[in-house]
Design a protein around this ligand. Structure first.
Ligand code: S3P
Length: 227
């Protein structure tokens, strides 16, 4: 289920600063407060170990949401390898995504996408950027929910349309009005994306801001006791 991060903000900001407030003159944690002790212990643990417990992070969302750019930076921040599912599909097929759509059809692309993501999810923990349609597949969603922590990078059709205008490698947008197609696809896919573990807004700002928001959300999730 998506986590309503905004509701947790105030509580967690207070909670995460409490270990410092709790240190008395003798340098000990005061009050025997188990919650504070737990937080102090968590702060000694590295974020990926504690919040991810050996799981991969899967970024989902529409074309233009920034999954690849954010994913690369997030992987660097966490010291994890990065994979891009579309690139892996291209490598496996020996063709570009556009060529696969043109020559083999979308259904074949979707079957390859499902297989490639299933294979990647068996690899050691990493950050995985998926293509915009991947999380719509129920089998992929089920695998991701069992083996990974999923994050929906949520962006408005306006933001998406501006971002996709930089490249013309997306067959679903070729020869179409990108804003209209993106809006219609988002409406159809939103219910699937909402099933991600975390929802992070991906706005106009720099990708690093989105990475920082993800890291904060992972910390909050950990403090809230999610598994
Ligand atoms: C698609 C998104 C693309 C790529 C393919 C189909 C989609 O990936 O998988 O063109 O159905 O939304 P990005 O989301 O990385 O652009």
């Amino acid at each position: 289920m998506g986590l309503n991060h905004e509701n947790h903000e105030e509580h967690d900001v207070k909670a995460s600063s409490s270990p410092f407030l709790a240190v008395g003159k003798n340098g000990r944690l005061g009050g025997g407060d188990a919650h504070r002790v737990k937080i102090a212990a968590l702060m000694q643990t590295s974020l990926p170990d504690a919040a991810l417990r050996g799981r991969t992070i899967v970024l989902v969302g529409m074309m233009g949401a920034g999954k690849t750019s954010v994913g690369k930076r997030l992987a660097a921040a966490l010291g994890l390898p990065f994979y891009d599912a579309d690139e892996e599909i291209e490598r496996a097929a020996g063709r570009t995504v556009s060529e696969i759509f043109d020559q083999l059809g979308e259904a074949e692309f979707r079957a390859g996408e499902r297989r490639v993501i299933a294979r990647l999810l068996d690899q050691p923990p990493h950050v995985l950027a998926t293509g915009g349609g991947a999380f719509v597949n129920p089998e992929t969603r089920e695998l991701v929910s069992r083996k990974a922590v999923s994050i929906w990078l949520k962006a408005s059709p306006d933001v998406l349309a501006r971002r996709v205008a930089r490249k013309n490698n997306r067959p679903l947008l070729a020869g179409q009005n990108p804003h209209e197609v993106l809006k219609a696809l988002l409406e159809r896919r939103e219910a699937a994306y909402q099933q991600a573990d975390l929802v992070i807004e991906s706005g106009e700002g720099p990708h690093q801001a989105t990475v920082d928001a993800i890291l904060q959300a992972l910390r909050r999730r950990l403090l809230a006791g999610a598994d």
